[in-house]
Design a protein around this ligand. Sequence first.
Ligand code: TYM
Length: 352
Amino acid sequence: MTLDALSDAAPTPAPGAPPPTTTDVAATRGRVFSGVQPSGLPHLGNYLGAFRNYIAMQEGYDAIYCIVDYHALTSTHDGEVIRRNAREMALGLLALGLDPERSILFRQSDRPEHLELSWLFSSVVPVSWVERTPSFKEKRRTQPDDVNHALLSYPVLQAADIAIYHAGYVPVGSDQAAHVELAREIVRAWNTRYGDYFVEPKAVFTDSPMIRGTDGVTKMSKSLGNTIDLFAPEAELRKQVTSMVTDTQRILRTDPGRPEVCNVCQLHRYFGEDYESIWEGERTARTGCVDTKRLLADRILSRFAEARARLEELAARPGLVEEILRAGAERLAPQASETVRVCHERMGLGPR
Ligand code: TYM
């Protein structure tokens, strides 16, 4: 589902009102949750695939966003890297327009109740469900020497992240669709066993749910080294755009290009309404790949000029990010502990 197709949201909160953190499940219909790994400053794929919706959904929804540092432990074992990358990701999100007055931004490990709910959920999850998750299969291939147990539990923790706040909507890129679908199945299994309580979440996509990397083939991703980094120094960003693989059948400058397969042309869709005339230039060989790339780099730099300046300002204020993350986690405490309390009661843990 795309954001445009979403019409059953909760009523818009009063302008300027901070997002509610109600513990009343019935009142959470318009709640949004999403998470992002602490992978340093954001790239263009994060923004076009998910963060655009994070920002848009601050309006009219009760939005909660999380830097998922527990999840990062499945692949990164250097604590300093996780901590630094979490701070950078938070800075990037704030610079791009996340507003702590209108949404909540927090770090997962500051709300350890997520781990508890993940354990409680794991008791209703057949092992076969997690073993067949595409991300687990991929990690087994890409990090064969480190197939740790947490990799298998990864999507269960992701389900807990969403369900602990009873979020109904999850803005993500299409690579996360299987995880959100599994989250739906997990809460359904829990509700069937212990009685209706959790909301079945729905994924919300942008019109560009999968952005290809500079190689033109695979998903843009830091781990593949094929990113366009929104906050890279200008020369570096231009170099990344220049390195993009275009239409591999266009060898000579005079060969006609095929915009439908060219990743540079496809990205132009999101940087100006005149993209069809840019495509026409490629098709007729009026323009070459170098021209089209230069224009794309100019447009990316101009679109993110404000965010890039804001990042510098925010980074110059020591303690600011920590304070925002801490305050966000604190506001979520009542909801997180209430959810866990209800689970204890229904699942037979502790005294009645
Ligand atoms: P992560 O950190 O890989 O990515 C963060 C968000 O960016 C989107 N994204 C992309 N979208 C389109 N094209 C791309 N090339 C691209 N690269 C990244 C992702 O789809 C994602 O929305 N498992 C999650 C984190 C998570 C989570 C959650 C998400 C943990 N708990 C609960 C939602 C709800 C992940 O690793 O995202």
